[in-house]
Design a protein around this ligand. Structure first.
Ligand SMILES: Nc1ncnc2c1ncn2[C@@H]1O[C@H](COP(=O)(O)OP(=O)(O)OP(=O)(O)O)[C@@H](O)[C@H]1O
Ligand SMILES: [Mg+2]
Length: 696
């Protein structure tokens, strides 16, 4: 410790010559020069009257370059020697502390040993996570490891066939046993491998030549090897392929030794059937187990050479069931953690149904699909009864239409679509179809009707159109201005026996619900995303609004063939009335031809299935997503979807965003997963939304 205060040896004193102001060394007072020579600084900093103040005028004097250099040199020497001294002091103190000789840690060797021992005993007595998860024992045997009550056996691949198909690992990934698979991929420098390949090629070529010289029969094996090596050389040179070393290990587990042997044989034959030959990690059982634990330790180190193409076939996210090359990610397959990537437009029809109890994540899953589908260029139209899609629409740059009695957005149900360009439309077809749809709508609006009333209404509708010059002999009536509800009302009022009908219709023309459905349409189907919000409509008006919106969308969709998704959230309200349910079913049935995928979302399975059109809508939807279900609904679902006991169990015990995904006849347990960014856009969690609003 004393050393710290030792005065540093001072180099030969330099004449403290004051310097002229414009010079670099201007205003160098004596104290500074002394400091430069290694004199202790504190003495200088305290400005006693004897020491000239910094600001004191300095007589002008010329300094020669030699003098300047001397000054600088002495400054440097002093500084460096100070630094060395400081370092030495530091080392000394550190050593003292380590040896326990320091004043601060005066402790005898014995005391120190006791302290360390006590600390050790204390630490040993603490229960750590490791203690909790560690098995009570581990027995390492000749070819297996027993961990607690479990037996584990490891296999390594030592030979691959000449050709590997894509997906060859899928049967192993889907093999229904507890198994860990690990792959180690070591990239090899292309230049290095090119040198080796060149040598090999030369060897093989000379062997072939020698055989030829000796007049031997040619060796096809050698020729094939030469061809392969040459091809690989070309591809590596062109940068099309890279070279790797690859290790592949499997560890299977079982609680019973006999079962383990059986599983081991099955695995061997499964891989053997593909000419991928394995061996059991004998005498290296522990190294084998370690190599398949998620610790990135390759203790077995059985590596094989492989170039990019065959290596890519070992990509493990390729469950044979639901991973396609195109489409979007729907979630993770909970059976084997592979990805469910799928294009719904590749199925017989692109319709889907989503069933789950409230809060299970239906809207979330569908919104995620919308976001991802839009990236692939699909247009999306949403009927949103809960105002849940606004944030999504804003982010995606969509149009958000709020339909309510006070809003000025109007859709006229009398609008007529133009005929499809490539369809053979007969005269009157379009008008007839629209009259049928309008009859369905009016039944919904006016309530039950007698057959006579239906007949009257049918006639009234045709008359209403003809007032505007639209008749059954026209092929394309969309060029004419369509009538409105008001026109129908005046026609009905003037008809004999239609008093009740016109009275009931009055509610929608001049009555409480007037305005919303009896004016010409003033919106257009924009591209991208379009959301119709009907939350602000009265409960009685909702099914009617949905019907009208659907009809409108349908007529517009047919104008231009384009990949589109139509999402109907809370569809049970449509299914409550048989007329609207029938209309929806009609759309679902015909959607495929117009490149439209209809997604029907519902939480009320019973209501949906109670309708005659519930089941047909499901059978006409190739994709189905079932998330967490209430016990009350499970039986009816099980019957509709032919669920197994295991699948029923999954649905009852699913968490949020978990369930079953059906595409055609393929089933998978799914976990819907969004990225952080996606979650921010689609969440309906009130707490999260509140936080986001605060942050904004
Ligand atoms: N896969 C998921 N990952 C994370 N959070 C999710 C997931 N799915 C849903 N959630 C969250 O769960 C909540 C309910 O989800 P969602 O609104 O989609 O339910 P819902 O089934 O549409 O309910 P409702 O029938 O009442 O409309 C939301 O807060 C949502 O953010
Ligand atoms: Mg919802």
């Amino acid at each position: 410790m004393d050393e710290q205060n030792t005065v540093v040896p001072v180099p030969a004193p330099v004449d403290p010559t004051p310097v002229s102001p414009p010079d670099m060394n201007a205003a160098t007072p004596e104290w500074l020069v002394q400091a430069a020579n290694g004199a202790p600084a504190p003495e200088v900093v305290v400005a006693t009257p004897e020491v000239p103040a910094v600001a004191a005028p300095i007589p002008e004097q010329v300094v020669t370059p030699t003098e300047k250099k001397n000054l600088f040199d002495s400054f440097k020497t002093g500084f460096l020697s100070n630094l060395t001294q400081l370092d030495k002091s530091k080392e000394k103190i550190t050593q003292e502390v380590v040896d326990g000789k320091s004043e601060a840690t005066k402790m005898t060797d014995q005391e120190r040993k006791d302290l360390i021992e006590a600390e050790k005993i204390y630490q040993e007595g603490l229960a750590t996570i490791r203690d909790l998860i560690a098995p009570s024992s581990m027995e390492i045997r000749y070819d297996s490891v027993q961990v607690g009550g479990f037996f584990a056996q490891t296999f390594y691949v030592f030979s691959y066939p000449r050709y590997l198909d894509t997906n060859w690992l899928a049967p192993v990934v889907n093999f229904e046993v507890t198994m860990d698979i690990s792959q180690f991929i070591y990239p090899i420098d292309s230049a290095e491998i090119m040198k080796t390949l060149k040598k090999k090629v030369a060897q093989m070529q000379s062997s072939i030549h020698m055989d030829m010289d000796k007049g031997k029969v040619r060796d096809p094996g050698l020729e094939t090897a030469l061809e392969d090596a040459e091809q690989l050389r070309t591809e590596i040179q062109r940068g099309q392929e890279k070279f790797f070393q690859f290790a592949l290990y499997f560890t299977v587990y079982s609680d019973d030794e006999k079962k383990l042997q059986k599983i081991a044989k099955q695995l061997e034959s499964l891989l053997g059937g593909k000419l991928v030959l394995t061996k059991r990690a004998q005498v290296q059982a522990e190294a084998g187990l370690n190599s398949t634990l998620p610790m990135c330790l390759d203790e077995l180190s059985v590596i094989r050479n492989m170039n990019t193409s065959p290596l890519s076939t070992t990509f493990p996210f390729s469950s044979s069931t639901l991973t396609a090359n195109e489409g979007i990610l729907y979630g993770v397959n909970r059976h084997n953690d592979s990805l469910i990537i799928f294009d719904r437009f590749s199925l017989e029809n692109a319709n889907s149904v989503v069933f789950a109890k409230s809060g299970a994540g239906k809207s979330y899953a569908v919104k995620l699909e919308i976001l991802r589908q839009m990236m692939l260029g699909s247009d999306v139209i949403v009927i949103d009864p809960e105002n849940e899609y606004e944030a999504l629409s804003e982010t995606a740059g969509g149009t958000y239409l709020r339909l309510s009695l006070n809003s000025d957005r109007r859709i006229n149900p009398f609008d007529l679509p133009a005929p499809m360009p490539d369809e053979t439309t007969q005269a009157g077809d379009i008008l007839r179809q629209n009259v049928i749809d309008l009859l369905g709508l009016l039944k919904l609006m006016l309530g039950e009707m007698t057959p006579t009333e239906e007949g009257l209404l049918d006639r009234a509708l045709i008359d209403t159109y003809s007032i505007k010059g639209i008749t059954m002999d026209m092929i394309d009536p969309s060029t004419k201005e369509p009538p409105t509800m008001e026109d129908l009302y005046s026609v009905l009022s003037s008809m004999d026996g239609a008093l009740s009908l016109s009275q009931r219709l009055q509610k929608y023309t001049t009555g409480t619900y007037g305005g919303i459905f009896n004016k010409p349409t003033n919106i257009d189907l924009s591209s991208g995303m379009m959301v119709f919000c009907i939350r602000d409509l009265d409960d009685n008006l909702r099914p009617i609004a949905m019907y009208i919106i659907l009809n409108y969308i349908w007529s517009r969709v047919r104008r231009e063939l384009k990949k589109r998704l139509l999402i109907i959230d809370e569809a049970w309200s449509i299914m409550q009335h048989s007329d609207s349910a029938k209309f929806l079913f009609g759309l679902v049935k015909r959607a495929r031809k117009y490149y439209l995928g209809i997604t029907t979302i519902t939480q009320d399975v019973e209501d949906f299935m109670a309708s005659d059109y519930g089941k047909p809508i499901i059978t006409n939807s190739s994709m189905q997503l079932l998330l967490k279900q209430a016990p009350a609904a499970i039986e009816i679902l099980a019957k509709t979807f032919n669920l197994t006991e295991g699948e029923k169990y999954i649905l009852l015990n699913s968490g949020v965003g978990q369930g079953l995904f059906f595409a055609g006849n393929k089933h998978a347990a799914v976990q819907v997963i969004a990225s952080y960014g996606e979650d921010k856009i689609i969440t309906t969690n009130p707490q999260e939304i509140l936080n986001q609003r605060k942050a904004a």
